[in-house]
Design a protein around this ligand. Structure first.
Ligand code: NAP
Length: 304
């Protein structure tokens, strides 16, 4: 039986593993997609204290190496649910059942779809949710990014170095993302802002050929001829499978406060998967540390 079973191998999960191992506990990290989490898709990490610039992929690789060097075990499989049996927590995966004394949920969040007609048809045929992964396919072409957060702004900066033109379509005229990113974009000649606007429909037969945007203030519609559309409108959690054991908020995030304790004894939540105001690398790492130390204390106090 493991002391700590961590579900999710992103920044929160891997930091939890490091802290749990350094507290002398046995740790397994279970990941179903790819180790590293969302930061893998960020071209640059520039706001993590002590790191002035590093690719998200390198950051994630370093973190995984660090956790493995401390002795983390990893499993690559999908978790279906958690079963609580007396003092034990059983993580039921599609391959096996993993017994643990405590569990840390660090499942992060997934990209949110735009919700326009034919969106799924154009995935891989013009629509992408990851500029870092797919941007290079659109070299010399006109593209658009939807969203007004840091992801959208960073994506647009990244794409502007490959693409002929980049439109930023945002539903408001103010950005949620950082001001210095907006400034960088405003200084670029091949970037234009399409503000107060939403994507109304997608055009093209097999491949995306354009998007129709509607200005929310004037109701006027405009067609933008683009071959690529990068959707960066935030994330949503995927915690339904844990709803039987921990309480979720209305948005599906695990209810846990700054101490990372959930409604279930011995189950903790860290990072973007829990209810919180700020979802950043720093807060994910901080949660990982807090959750692992809380789990270690729980084991010392309550587990035989
Ligand atoms: P976000 O900050 O939640 O921003 C999502 C954006 O999409 C918002 O501008 C939002 O508009 C817009 N939006 C949401 N739903 C929409 C819809 N249905 N249609 C059109 N637009 C919609 O998400 P994010 O940019 O992915 O960032 C997530 C977190 O990661 C943030 O805390 C961010 O700072 C962080 N991050 C950090 C880095 C880094 O380098 N460290 C990089 C990327 C992201 P409104 O503003 O109108 O709500």
């Amino acid at each position: 039986m493991y002391d700590i079973g961590i579900i999710g191998g992103g920044t929160a999960g891997m930091t939890a593993a490091i802290y749990g191992l350094r507290a002398g506990k046995s740790v397994v990290i279970i990941e179903g997609e790819s180790f590293g989490g969302q930061i893998v898709f960020s071209p640059h990490v520039e706001n993590y204290p002590g790191i002035s610039k590093m690719s998200g992929n390198e950051f994630a690789t370093n973190l995984l190496d660090q956790a493995m060097n401390f002795g983390a075990e990893t499993m690559f499989t999908n978790v279906e649910r958690i079963r609580v049996e007396d003092d034990k927590k059983i993580i039921v995966t599609e391959d096996e059942e993993v017994e643990c004394k405590t569990v840390i949920l660090a499942t992060g969040a997934r990209h949110r779809p735009l919700g326009v007609a034919r969106e799924a048809d154009f995935i891989g045929a013009g629509i992408s949710y990851c500029a870092t992964c797919d941007g290079a396919f659109f070299k010399g072409m006109d593209t658009a990014v939807v969203g007004g957060g840091n992801t959208a702004l960073q994506d647009a900066i990244f794409l502007s170095s490959y693409c002929a033109h980049v439109y930023i379509i945002h539903r408001r005229d103010e950005f949620r993302g950082e001001e210095h990113l907006v400034k960088t974009l405003k200084a670029k000649e091949n970037v234009s802002f399409v503000l107060d606007s939403v994507v109304e429909s997608l055009e093209g037969s097999d491949l995306l050929e354009g998007v129709v945007v509607r200005n929310k203030k004037t109701n006027e519609t405009t067609k933008l001829k683009v071959e690529g559309l990068f959707v960066a409108i935030g994330q949503a959690p995927k915690n339904d499978r844990f709803a039987e054991v921990v309480k979720l908020d209305a948005g599906g995030y695990v209810l846990a406060s700054e101490d990372c304790m959930t409604s279930a004894n011995g189950i903790f939540a860290a990072g973007d998967c829990r209810t919180k105001e700020v979802r950043q690398l720093t807060t994910a790492a901080a949660d990982g540390a807090v959750a692992a130390l809380a789990a270690s204390q729980y084991i010392d106090r309550f587990c035989k």
